[in-house]
Write a protein that binds this ligand. Structure first.
Ligand SMILES: Cc1ncc(COP(=O)(O)O)c(C=O)c1O
Length: 469
């Protein structure tokens, strides 16, 4: 297969190189200092931010690692992209140097330009409004709040609340509100703040000891791969999942304000469902007047080969709310007009996002468009999937289930312990990769990953499989 290369990244190393154990002595010394005040056990390496370039993360020990993980899917156009560094140097972010504005109180005019010219330029089709926040979990929290406000107003026949409603709200005792629910899927991940956490179902460690809303969970059909070998079984699983959602809505639909779903379950183990499933889901939610929240925090901004992953579904009617963060550098929610709360201050906080990050995203978006990085990701993603399938054929005892959309891809290891050994070994060979679910290795590279990076990765995966697989 011939794969278009992305424009070469100036200054990128020819390939990864490892000089010490990873993490090396300088990383470990920093960890010891760091651990005194924060929990540094999750840190893979300490990164040399200035020397990292393109697809290569450089650590403080001088190791140059091919980065397939991208800070958990957050690096859109590689490290230190020349357009971003030029924007810093030529003063395009000057208006943000002196203070961080409270955007709901006294935003500078540049913010309005960013909202109009960049954040709305990427809005999902059918969406006319955008809320801005800082993180993915905050985006989810506020999408859920907007859905609740929408549902409550509908239950009141379109009217605003009464004085009695306001009195009860102050006692945390609103009838018909405190019983409202959000449906989420087994294996779904939507963040760790208290509201979002009630929709998160990926791992107990995130939830244990924290009080949760009593919201329903439904099975995620989680297609098996290769799709062609599992058609009947996948279709049956999707039909069962849809039936259980419908049963729930028929039984108790009045209480359900929203359903939230990731286009591909990321943290939960790269679990996919078909476009047909999502189209049927959309129709079901419309029928039962339930808001459809698509959580694109991890999938948004091009990685799946379309700007939004939900574009793959061919929905006749758009999602009602779409949450995003990570590659966007700030967080936010795009919404259809009727989901924007009618009253001011319903969704509000001090910063309302981060204009510096939005200004960086403007440059990132310009580069994505100019260099046609979404189309590029489609082509490199197809190549990556082909290579992952070959890896499975070569090492069937170690790897299985190659899957992906664009470069948002994954492969399963035999079991969790093998996956963890592989991740450690890969790092020693110069690959920074991450896990998802209980035994998957996930690919979340920048949109500038090219075919040569895939080739390098596959060679090192093969070496690793031989050594520890
Ligand atoms: C789909 C999804 N939603 C929400 C979140 C939460 O984002 P954050 O960690 O920025 O709060 C994540 C983070 O990984 C995510 O993948």
């Amino acid at each position: 297969m011939t794969v278009d290369l992305a424009p070469p990244f100036p200054g990128e190393p020819a390939r990864s190189s490892v000089k010490t154990a990873v993490p090396g002595p300088k990383s470990e010394a920093l960890r010891a200092r760091h651990q005194r005040h924060q929990d540094a056990r999750t840190v893979h390496v300490y990164q040399d931010a200035r020397r990292s370039v393109g697809n290569y993360l450089v650590d403080v020990d001088g190791n140059e690692l091919l980065d397939l993980y991208g800070h958990i899917a957050c690096v859109p156009i590689g490290y230190n992209h020349p357009d971003l560094t030029a924007a810093w140097k030529d003063g395009r972010f000057d208006w943000l140097m002196g203070y961080r504005p409270a955007l709901g109180v006294a935003p500078p005019p540049e913010w309005v330009d960013l909202v109009e010219g960049t954040l709305m330029a990427v809005a999902p089709s059918g969406h006319t409004k955008v809320l801005t926040v800082t993180t993915g979990a905050e985006a989810v929290e506020n999408a859920i709040k907007a859905a609740f406000a929408w549902k409550a107003r509908r239950r009141r026949g379109g009217a605003s609340w009464t004085d009695e409603d306001a009195r009860l709200a102050m006692l945390n005792a609103q009838p018909h509100t405190n019983d409202m629910q959000v449906i989420s899927f087994e294996g779904g991940f939507h963040g760790r703040t208290l509201g979002a956490l009630s929709a998160t179902r990926s791992k107990a460690i995130h939830k244990i000891d924290f009080p949760a809303f009593d919201w329903p969970v439904v099975p995620f059909p989680a297609n098996r791969f290769p799709l062609a070998d599992h058609t009947a079984e996948n279709q049956a699983a999707e039909a069962r999942a849809l039936q259980s959602i419908e049963d729930l809505l028929v039984r108790d639909g009045q209480r359900v304000a929203a359903l939230i779903v990731e286009p591909i379950q990321g943290e939960g183990g790269d679990r996919h469902a078909s476009p047909e499933f999502f189209r049927a889901l959309r129709a079901l939610l419309t029928k039962h007047e339930v808001a459809f929240i698509v959580d694109e925090v991890q999938t948004g901004a091009g990685a799946t080969g379309t700007f939004w992953a939900h574009e793959h579904w061919g929905l006749p009617e758009p999602p009602d709310l779409v949450t995003w963060s990570k590659k966007f550098q700030l967080g936010g929610v795009h919404l259809r007009e009727e989901f924007m709360p009618a009253e001011a201050y319903r969704i509000f906080n001090t910063f309302l996002g981060d204009p510096l990050r939005a200004a960086q995203f403007r440059i990132i978006h310009d580069v994505i468009c100019r260099d046609r990085l979404v189309e590029h990701t489609q082509r490199v993603g197809a190549y990556l999937l082909e290579q992952l399938s070959e890896l499975v054929t070569r090492f069937p005892a170690t790897f299985s289930q190659p899957r992906g959309q664009g470069t948002f891809a994954a492969i399963d290891a035999r079991d969790g312990a093998t996956r963890d050994r592989l991740l450690h070994d890969l790092r020693q060979r110069g690959v920074e990769a991450g896990g998802s679910g209980d035994r998957s290795i996930r690919f979340r590279p920048a949109l500038v990953m090219a075919a040569r990076h895939v080739d390098e990765a596959m060679q090192l995966f093969a070496d690793s499989a031989r050594a520890v697989g």
